[in-house]
Design a protein around this ligand. Sequence first.
Ligand SMILES: [Zn+2]
Length: 305
Amino acid sequence: MTITAYPSLENTPMKLLLSLVLILPTLLATSLYSSAAEARILVSNKPLALIAAATYPAEQIDILVPDGMSPHDYSLRPSDIGKIRQAEKILWAGDHVEPFLAKFAAEASDTEESKTEWLDATELMQEMKLYGSDPHVWLSPELAIAISERIAAWNPAVKEADIAQAKKDHQVFATELTNLVASSKAQLAPLKGSGFFVFHQAYDYWFQAIDIEQLGAFTLSPERKPGVRHIQTMRNQLQNNEVSCILSEPQFSPALINTVVNGLTINQGELDPLAGSSVLTKSAYIDWLSDMTNTLARCLKSEPK
Ligand SMILES: [Zn+2]
């Protein structure tokens, strides 16, 4: 701050007053900036939060859908509504997979002076022309890299160095994820001949990226009960030894799987498309996908017990 532009006011009470008037906005701005440095963001689900944590301070990320619950049939609690109303920035998966947020997002886009910035992962994926039929968009490595770039720009840092760090974090994330896709592909290539079932159709983007395909899924979406014919087809595939491995999910009861497997010996593993046991760190998203590759490789490789 400089007041040398007003030399005629040297040492006068007027100068004091003027400096106060001049300093005040600076003080205000400073305090605004320091509160911006504490800017919490709201992320609808855990996997998207893992992507955000690659470039955003983990302790400033709030997650809406708690661990152990599925976004498919989640309904908001009163405390969630407060969080949504207060949030300045929200990352979510879009109204197809997270209908409980649709009303708020639509409201925000209808209101011009809405202070909340919404980042819709599905919309971004459609813009990138990557969207397929699987709504679990957070399992697309390409989309994850694009989201991470956006979130790096959300960084609340005040200092130039911190902003540069967020950009660097994004670069590291993009490189490591690209490397993981390549190494997962190589790791699973020799096992591509083994069939496997997943619990629900949630992994299309990840499996496409690493060039592997499931033989079947018990259900398209967990709320929908599979038909008798579908179950019979799966049972036949198991009996014909077409399937080396079945992957269940922690959120859902294995009753359905047990009914189909009944009496047969098949390897089993567990994949969690919601990353329920992950902790937010810079590498959490990559660690989670890497664990999925390892689980898949183990389950496909080992002899049935
Ligand atoms: Zn799902």
